[in-house]
Structures are given as C-alpha cells and as structure tokens.
Design a protein around this ligand. Structure first.
Ligand code: VGL
Ligand code: ZN
Length: 274
C-alpha cells in the first residue's frame, strides 16, 4: 500500500516514468502538463425556468431562461475538453417535495408542522435514525417529466455527459458530485478524472443552491474551479451575492462568459503558434 502510494507520487511529479508508456517524449510531456478544462452546466431544466419551481416565482424573481444565450455562446468552443450537463432527477416520493412532508417521521428537533408544511419551510426528518435537514420545494424535476427536460433552446454538444442527481428518495442532492449527506456520489468525479480534467468551469441554475454546492465540491476535490457569473441565475438575490463573495474568499474564481471567450481565443493562438 505504502509502496504504491510513493510510486504514484513519484510518477505524478515526474521522478519516474510510468512503466506502461516507458520514457515520455517531449510532446507527451507537454501534453501531460497541459491543463484540461470541463464546463459543467447545472440544472438548466424547465421546472426552474417556467415550471413548478420557476425562479420567477422565487424571492429573486430571476428569469432562468436568461442563462441559455450566454451558455450557448460558450458551450461549443474548442476550449472545452469535456462538457457535462447535470439534471435534478427526482422520484415522485422525494424528500424535498412539500407534498411529501407527511411521508416521513419528524426528528425530535423538527419545529415545522408536517401536516401544514409550506414551500421553503425547513423540516427535520428522521430516516432510519439519520437526521435529514430538508428545505421543502414544490414537486419538481420528476424523472421523465417535461419539467425535468433541459430548456429546449439549450445547445447540447456531441459527446457531452449527462449527470443525474437527486434519485435517492430520502436524501436530496444539490451538488452534481455528492448527495447532501456525502453518502453517495454521481459519476461526475470519475468522468472528470478519466478525461484528465484539471479545471472545472461551473454555470447554470440555481446560483445559491445547486451551482453553489457543485462549485464548492469541485473546489474541495482539487479541481481549479471557476464560476461563470452571467451564465447563472438564483433563487434568492441576496444569497446569490453571498455565494459569489464566499467563492472569491475561498479561492473559486468568478468571471464572465466574455472572459471565457477571450481565454479560448488566447489558447487557440498559442496552440497554432506552437
Ligand atoms: C435546486 C432546489 C431544489 C437547484 C434543485 O437546481 O438549484 N434547487 N432542487
Ligand atoms: Zn431538486
């Protein structure tokens, strides 16, 4: 175990060659060092734009459809080595639905009347002796429903990966990487690692919820993480500002889609001049 670990570190820092590839050429060394970028498009689904959990009916009153144009502008760029779209993908008995508040046992610390629970109430459930803190929402993004589809005008690039999340009826999943209890994870981390991705750019809906959790998980997993702010809309405008400030404090870069295009252009010029 210890030997394997040392070997991996030594290989990572270039002290030894990997036995499978033998001595690497200059070209291979350059491409090994090259940064690889992924774009993660979070939850650009009908229910958050025009459906049951439309941002326009949330405190922010945002128009979620406004993310489509700036995302379409960047998503087809050769800047990306990988593009992933996440989808909130809930079963009908999901713990986050206000209509299901009565289905589960209240935890001793719960203060909300589960018989009269309302949207945005915080409930505390006891599921198999695990405490589940859950904000309630209208039923949304039910598996295979129209509301769970991505917005019809969003460009889907060939070869992109779809990440489904929130399938466990008892545990919500704001992040495209892990559920809210970090008990299970989606395929996203593995997909990014298999493609040697080092940088993850995040955009989509909602800035203060699923985009927030996905970006922080990406950062905590060691990916250089960037938020594209004009490609995001949120549930609560003040919380969106708080989210962006916290990101900047903790080392998540916040930029615009125009800056992404500038970087893409610069990279293309560098590569053609090599
Ligand atoms: C989301 C609330 C509930 C999101 C998902 O995508 O931000 N928000 N489920
Ligand atoms: Zn959800």
């Amino acid at each position: 175990m210890c030997g394997n670990w040392l070997t991996r570190i030594a290989r990572r820092f270039g002290f030894i060659d990997t036995p499978t590839t033998g001595r690497s050429t200059m070209h291979e060394e350059r491409s090994q060092k090259r940064k690889k970028r992924a774009l993660l498009v979070v939850d650009v689904q009908n229910d958050f734009i025009s459906g049951s959990l439309s941002l326009s009916s949330c405190p922010s009153k945002h128009d979620g459809s406004e993310v489509v144009e700036p995302i379409n502008k960047i998503v087809t760029s050769p800047f990306w080595d990988l593009v992933a779209y996440s989808k909130d993908w809930h079963p009908p008995n999901h713990v986050s639905f206000v209509t299901n508040a009565n289905l589960r046992k209240p935890h001793v610390d719960n203060k909300t009347d589960l018989g009269n629970a309302a949207v945005f109430d915080l409930c505390i459930f006891d599921v198999d002796d695990t405490r589940i803190d859950q904000v309630l929402y209208p039923a949304h993004c039910v598996q295979h429903s129209e509301g769970a589809e991505l917005h019809k005008d969003l460009k889907i690039v060939p070869g992109a990966v779809t990440i489904h999340k929130g399938m466990n009826p008892d545990i919500d999943s704001y992040s495209a990487f892990f559920d809210n209890c970090r008990k299970s994870e989606t395929i996203l981390r593995q997909v990014l690692q298999d493609a040697d991705i080092t940088q993850v750019y995040v955009c989509g809906i909602a800035t203060d919820i699923c985009v927030n959790f996905s970006a922080f998980d990406s950062h905590s997993l060691g990916f250089e993480t960037t938020l594209i702010e004009d490609c995001c809309r949120g549930v609560d405008a003040d919380k969106c500002i708080e989210t962006l400030n916290k990101m900047k404090e903790e080392g998540i870069e916040v930029i615009t889609s125009d800056e992404v295009l500038k970087r893409a252009e610069k990279l293309l010029t560098e590569e053609t001049n090599q």
